[in-house]
Design a protein around this ligand. Structure first.
Ligand code: GLU
Length: 307
């Protein structure tokens, strides 16, 4: 249906919007990104990839890692245990907001895509030490992407670890209310490494493909997570994957997707393909402004909305 030439054309069109965005700099190392970068890859079940833009650039996952950590803990612990510690409802608040935590009873984060909920999920990653838990997560990511080389950026992890005061305060709140019971510095160490896992948009597209194919990697012929886990993750992508712009995104674009403040977007068109995008210029909600434009062009041209 789409060709490389068309995709390149869309990238060119979408790049024009970079000037209305701004790279995230509250994590100092992310401030070095070039707002004009934009890359996209589309991975189909037969293994073909169509890509355009600066596709060899590696970017950190940031909040995209939340959906992957969720898939891992759901696979490990099952729905019942995970949803005792984190809810299923969108918030309409920014991702790092602390406001709603005090309003709900019992005090648990509203969903796993806001930072408080993601910290509760990362807390549930099994393993005897931070190193072992991170290794398990990394192995899971590598399997999903079909790429054993994937690693993390030490620079970005350190930069976030040194400045994550708000996330620390969320952890202390969660600890006070019994949602987590580990040392906050250890959880921050694990969480900042998780967010700093880095890859190309091609790797990201392949992960999107696994979610699109109900947890099965069609190329390796392996069921990596149960279909129900993939279904729950895609549902969260629709309801809260694009921060507090998820409603508008569902109407305008209508593809399950998760974004991160590095400018990445992981998207899954159910049963059809995975999409990976990196475009560091962000809008005021924290979504890639060029990436959203690119997805809008794709969705409208090829009628990709699931609704
Ligand atoms: N590591 C980032 C944080 O927790 C992720 C935020 C995001 O991508 O939304 O602040």
């Amino acid at each position: 249906m789409y060709t490389k030439l068309e995709l390149e054309q869309f990238v060119k069109q979408a790049k024009q919007y970079a000037r209305y965005g701004k790279v995230a700099d509250y994590i100092p190392a992310l401030g070095k990104a070039n707002p004009n970068d934009l890359s996209i890859a589309i991975y189909t079940p037969d293994g073909s990839v169509i890509d355009a833009g600066d596709t060899t650039d590696k970017v950190t996952l940031q909040s995209i890692s939340k959906i992957i950590a969720l898939a891992l803990v759901l696979t490990d612990h099952g729905e019942k245990k995970v949803f005792q510690k984190v809810g299923m409802e969108p918030t309409g608040d920014p991702f790092h907001s602390i406001a709603k935590l005090e309003e709900v009873q019992p005090a648990k984060p509203l969903n796993p895509m806001i930072n408080a909920g993601a910290l509760a999920v990362t807390h549930m990653i099994n393993g005897a030490s931070v190193e072992e838990r991170f290794w398990r997560l990394l192995q899971f990511v590598r399997k999903l992407a079909g790429n054993p080389e994937i690693s993390y950026s030490k620079e970005v992890a350190k930069s976030e670890f040194e400045t994550a005061f708000l996330n620390r305060s969320l952890c202390y709140f969660l600890k006070q209310h019994g949602i987590i019971n580990e040392d906050v510095e250890e959880l921050m160490d694990l969480y900042t490494k998780q967010c700093a896992i880095e890859m190309t948009c091609v790797d990201l597209a392949r992960i999107g493909l696994v979610f699109a194919m109900d947890g099965r990697d069609p190329l390796a012929g392996e069921q990596i997570m149960p279909p129900d886990v993939a279904r729950i993750c895609k549902t969260f992508m629709v309801t809260c994957g694009m921060y507090n712009a998820s409603g508008e995104f569902a109407i305008k674009i209508g593809i399950p997707a998760k974004s991160g403040v590095s400018g990445g977007i992981l998207a899954s068109v159910p049963g059809r393909f995975g999409i990976g995008i990196f475009g560091p210029a962000l809008d005021d909600k924290g979504n890639s402004i060029t990436g959203m434009k690119l997805l809008e062009l794709l969705s409208q041209t090829y009628s990709l909305s699931i609704f």
